[in-house]
Design a protein around this ligand. Structure first.
Ligand code: EPU
Length: 420
């Protein structure tokens, strides 16, 4: 396994292009299973999670042609099984979307429990409640979720928790159900709108995506389409935070700035200058940021996926900040690593109290999960001296070409083999 070595203290400067959104891509690729004709999907991020989803599509028998690093054509008329392989499924969280997609198309799905980052309890009871409401029988046996229905019939479904995964999975299963499904208390993340737009382009009838009530009128068949994945707001937010932590001045390009409103607002509160300009924004940070409190919430609130990188910026801010992680009960695993770099953070359950220090000092640290890894990179960029980050395979799951994009921004980053 490789390691990243970062020599800190070089402000990021220049422009960075943001890739397609991971969490859209990992939903839209399984959604292509529902299509009756080939689909062309563009602006796909070149990351491990996408490669893993494509491996599952191929294992099911779909034809996947990679036209370029960010474009694939999928023909799912060649699918020959409704059973997802155990080893492939546990490589990532989003393998759960194959339950909704296979159920929606073949009325039958067998998907082993998904993997993904260890950030706390991650049940899928709301997905199952949705499938059952549509008439599926769902049983869990030997770590495999088996769902089956004679026919799927639209139904009202009120989600007990706002869940990105359950909202999308129910949309997938309901597209070709008989009658109308209404998802209430639906998640509103941009990935949900992106997936609904893709399904509608195939011929589905989904209204209200992006609000908390989504109405899906079942249609008999779906065709093919060409779709471009939206930009990744978490990748963009990570670069914005990295720019501020390194006291840099960068332009983040190819984004939808409204998707970043909660992040821009917080960073402005901290004294960082953010200037929006069409599909890009400039981040200028030349002074020490002020401490602010954050509470993670479903979209449009502050995203849990940027809590870990943001905690690095808070750890070098002026003052004391309180972080309330309301989505996951185990998303502070990076704190012990940050403490090795001199951060002063105490964690009590879902609350972290961050006492800002003037600077972090480089140290050997570990990427304990995807966003924790991004946080360690941000910490390394801001720190005095050298930071060595191990276990970077987590980072590769979600960030396209991270070190090269950073090097282009002037960072001193190098990848070495663990054995070196
Ligand atoms: N929840 C339940 N029951 C369910 C589903 C969720 O109790 O059936 C709870 C979860 O335990 C959590 C909350 O509801 O407390 C929200 O979970 P959600 O279902 O929204 O999360 P997810 O679909 O598993 C996606 C992203 C995550 C992101 C969350 C929240 C994908 C593949 N993953 O996960 O992304 O943190 O939404 O926005 O879309 C990441 O990119 O680093 C990442 C972890």
């Amino acid at each position: 396994m490789d390691k990243l070595i970062i020599e800190g203290g070089h402000p990021l400067r220049g422009e960075v292009n943001i890739s397609g959104a991971k969490n859209s891509a990992v939903a839209i690729l399984p959604a292509a299973l529902l299509a009756g004709a080939p689909c062309t999907i563009k602006n796909l991020p070149d990351i491990k999670d996408v490669a893993n989803i494509i491996d599952i599509l191929k294992q099911l028998g779909a034809e996947v042609n990679k036209e370029s690093h960010d474009k694939v054509i999928i023909n799912s008329n060649t699918i020959n099984t409704y059973k997802v392989d155990f080893e492939l499924s546990k490589k990532l969280r989003a393998s759960y979307y194959f339950i909704g997609a296979l159920l929606g198309r073949f009325k039958k799905a067998e998907v082993p429990f998904p993997g993904g980052c260890d950030i706390g309890v991650r049940p899928i009871d709301q997905h199952i409640k949705g499938f059952e409401a549509l008439g599926a029988k769902v049983i869990i046996e030997h770590g495999i979720i088996r769902a089956e229905a004679d026919e799927l019939v639209g139904a009202p479904i009120f989600l007990d928790v706002v869940s990105v995964g359950a909202t999308i999975n129910i949309m997938l299963a309901a597209c070709m159900a008989k009658g109308t499904t209404i998802i209430e208390n639906a998640a509103k993340e941009p990935y949900i709108v992106d997936t609904a737009n893709f399904l509608n382009a195939l011929g589905a009838n989904i209204k209200g995506a992006g609000t908390d009530e989504i109405k899906i009128k079942g249609v008999d068949t779906l065709g093919g389409c060409e779709h471009t994945i939206i930009p990744d707001q978490m990748e963009a937010g990570t670069y914005m935070i990295a720019a501020a932590a390194s006291k840099g001045d960068i332009i983040v390009k190819n984004i939808i700035p409204t998707h970043l409103d909660s992040i821009s607002a917080k960073m402005r509160e901290m004294g960082v200058n953010i200037i929006e300009n069409g599909d890009s924004l400039r981040v200028i940070a030349n002074t020490r940021p002020k401490a602010v409190n954050i509470k993670t919430l479903p979209y449009p609130g502050f995203p849990t996926d940027l809590q870990q990188p943001m905690s690095v910026l808070l750890s070098i801010s002026d003052g004391t900040a309180i972080i309330n992680e309301s989505i996951y009960d185990g998303r502070f695993k990076h704190v012990d690593e940050l403490k090795k770099m001199g951060a002063k953070i105490s964690v009590e359950g879902r609350i972290a109290i961050v006492e800002g220090v003037p600077k972090l000092l480089g140290a050997p640290v570990c990427a304990t999960d995807l966003r924790a890894g991004a946080a360690m990179v941000v910490a390394g960029l801001s720190a005095e001296g050298e930071t060595v980050i191990s276990n970077i395979t987590h980072i590769e799951r979600g960030y396209e070409n991270f070190e090269n994009k950073l090097i282009k921004l002037g960072a001193k980053v190098k990848r070495i083999n663990e054995e070196d």
